[in-house]
Structures are given as C-alpha cells and as structure tokens.
Design a protein around this ligand. Sequence first.
Ligand SMILES: Cc1cc2nc3c(=O)[nH]c(=O)nc-3n(C[C@H](O)[C@H](O)[C@H](O)COP(=O)(O)OP(=O)(O)OC[C@H]3O[C@@H](n4cnc5c(N)ncnc54)[C@H](O)[C@@H]3O)c2cc1C
Length: 410
Amino acid sequence: MIDNKTVKHSPNQYDVIILGAGASGLLCAFTAARRGRKVLVIEKSNKVGKKILMSGGGRCNFINYFVEADNFISANSHFCKAALTRYSQWDFMAMVEQHGIEFEERKHGQLFCQHSAKDILNMLLDECEQAGVEIRTRCEIDKIKQQQDTRYQLKFSQNNKPQILDCQALVVATGALSVPTLGGSGIGYDIAQQFGLKLIERQAGLVPFMFSDSMKPMCERLSGLALEVEVQCKQQSFKENLLFTHRGMSGPVILQISNYWSPGDEVIINLLPDIDAGQWLLSAKQQQGKSLLKTLLHQKLAKSLVSEIQNLWWPELAETALSEFSDKQLLLIAEHINNWQVKPSASEGYRTAEVTLGGVDTDGISSKTMEAKQQPGLFFIGEVLDVTGHLGGYNFQWAWSSGYSAGLVV
Ligand SMILES: Cc1cc2nc3c(=O)[nH]c(=O)nc-3n(C[C@H](O)[C@H](O)[C@H](O)COP(=O)(O)OP(=O)(O)OC[C@H]3O[C@@H](n4cnc5c(N)ncnc54)[C@H](O)[C@@H]3O)c2cc1C
C-alpha cells in the first residue's frame, strides 16, 4: 500500500503513472486523482479508449445487471470477488446515470448505450479532467526501472522526444493481445516478467471458429444464417445465436464457448435445443408418414440448413417418405440434430478475438489492491491479468472493478 502523505513534486515526478488509457486505466486514473494523487496516464496510441469506442458494435455493452464470480474465468476463481464487491455494476451505473447517458437493457441483462459508445468514453474523460488527471498519447515506453527508494523510473519517448519520469506507484493497464489495431499489446506481460511475476498461458477468447474440413464450404454456403442453438464444450454450455460465416461459425454462442475450447476439442451443437428430436421424429412418422423428413424439419429450421444436413445425414433417403424410415434411422438422425459434433480447425485468433484468456498470474497479485505481492508500488489491472469475463459486459466490469480497487490505494 502507498503512503498517502502529501509530496512536493518536481515536474517530472508523479505519485501515480498509469500505462494505458483504456477502460481500466482511465477508471483507475480519476479514482486516484480524486484522492489528491498526482496522476499521469501514458498511452501508446494516437487516441485513448479505442476498444471502448469499438465495443458492443459501437454501443458499448458497459455492464451486466447480473454479475457473479462464475461469469469470469481464471486459474483462481476466487480472485475477482473482492474487486467486484468493491466496485459493482450498480456503482458504474450510478455514474452513467449521473452523466445523463441513455442506455438500454438487452437480452441476458446486458446494458448498452442507446446512442454511442462515445458517451462512455466521454464520461471517463470528463471524470479524468475534473479530477486533474494528465493524459499523454503517442508515447513509446523504452525502459522501466525500480529506484532504490521504491520509486519507479520510466524512460519513454513522446513524438520521438525522449523523457524520463519518476513515480511512486506504477499501474500496468496496457490490456492484452486481442485486436492489435485497437491497441492490443503484450507489453504488460513483459513488465510482469521483468519483475518476476508468473504468467498463465494466453489464448484468444470470445473469438469465432474456423474449419478446414468439409464444414468450411458448408459454412460458406450458409454464410449469413443465424439460429438459436445450444453449444457445449468441456462441461460448459450456452444457449444463444449461432451465425454461419464465410470462415466458419461466429455469433454470441460461439464466442462464449470459445473461452472453454482448446485446439483439438470437439464442440457439440444442439440445433433444436428445446426439443427431443427423437420423440418428435418418431411421432411425426406416425402422424405425417407421407411427408419427407426435410418438409418436417422446415417447420423448425431454415431450408438452406436442412438441405445441408440432409446431404450429411440422410442423402440416400432424401426422397423417402417418413413412414419408410426405420425407427433406428430416425433416432440416429435425431441424435445428430441434438448432438452435432463439429471440430473447429482453429479460432480466428487475436486479430478478431474480443479478449485474451490467461495473463498475469493472480497468485502474485493482491485481490484487494491489485498490487504485486513481491513488488511494492507495482500494480496490474484489467485484461492483462488472468481474469476473463463471459460475453455480456463482464470484461468491462472487470476493467472498472480492478481499476477502482487499485485507484483507491495507489
Ligand atoms: C471489438 C471488441 C469489442 C468489445 N466489446 C465489449 C463489450 O461490449 N463489453 C465488454 O465488456 N467488453 C468488450 N470487449 C472487451 C473489452 O474491450 C476489454 O476487455 C477491455 O477494454 C479491457 O480493458 P483494459 O483497460 O484492460 O485494456 P484496454 O481497454 O485494451 O486498454 C489498454 C490500453 O493500453 C494501451 N497500450 C497498449 N500497449 C501500450 C504501451 N506499450 N504503452 C502505452 N499504452 C499501451 C492501448 O493502446 C489501450 O489504450 C471488446 C473487445 C473488443 C476487441
């Protein structure tokens, strides 16, 4: 914990330097500055908060009404709890309301801006300005050194001009590897390693799947089709929309399950999640025996999809009346419909992933303050840590909660 006594500063001395002007960095910055700390935020990019602006299709899914530790993935599933309690969805919503930002609730308690994600970024920047936070963009970090008196020295260049600054608390809020064009970077992991912290293996998360087998041309043909399915992988399941794309499969349900998928894993898709397809097909055989199977399935699935699965599962029986199918044949097709096993060849990777799984091992970090346990004055917040949220506003919630927790003590 940092001693809060008032210090006289020279121009290149700060109480707090925050690396990264994204979601967690900005929230941490004004929280600390409101406490009277002299705060500087250093940003590599030409603009701040790029991911906020692009989030939620430009409307920013900034929180979720329902937040539980179960909505987060981490090697230590308890780590996120203290921060989520300290700064909850209601705290963030109170600020949103205070700024008069209009928002709307969508499915599963997700809150989005009614107008633009800019509203959220402007709110954070207003708070920073009011609290006296200094923000510098186009900065390239060169070197970080710990001074003997537990201060940190930062060498960097701004617009190619070298500078040296000094601070009491250094906060790493540089995010993670996803979407390099929006500021995704691995510098936070390098800093963690420089100071002896461990890393948990990283992987693209909330990311579409690609296929290399016969599924690839099939997905291409179905590209643009969306339907509600249930998807399962490693004992986890989600029910939401799946979207076929030119590359494979996307949509909220695929992004959600991608957080649990590893290369080589199969994914099980239930095309009719609310129906026992076996019972349905057997009773249809009795009642509509003259129909073709595809005609029956058109009641519940798009024609284009039915034509594709017919080619996969009953090509020889395409023109056979339902009454001619054996029960065994129908039950086998029903099993495919309720448990379609597909094997993605890869995810689309960090280029399109919304988040990065893994990161700085939370074992080395205080869950109350986000300070490195063995490195006083060094803090990690946001996505750089090994805490990843489900789709639905949970990743911003983690950025807000962890940023606030550090902002209270730096
Ligand atoms: C397309 C997209 C849509 C998303 N939509 C949502 C959504 O609707 N809801 C949700 O909850 N989550 C969403 N997310 C995830 C969310 O944006 C992140 O989890 C969140 O922004 C992480 O906050 P952060 O502060 O850790 O990192 P970021 O917000 O990424 O901020 C990190 C900052 O550090 C800067 N930086 C990087 N390297 C350096 C360096 N060397 N020196 C200085 N600065 C550096 C970056 O430029 C960036 O400004 C989305 C992500 C993407 C990519």
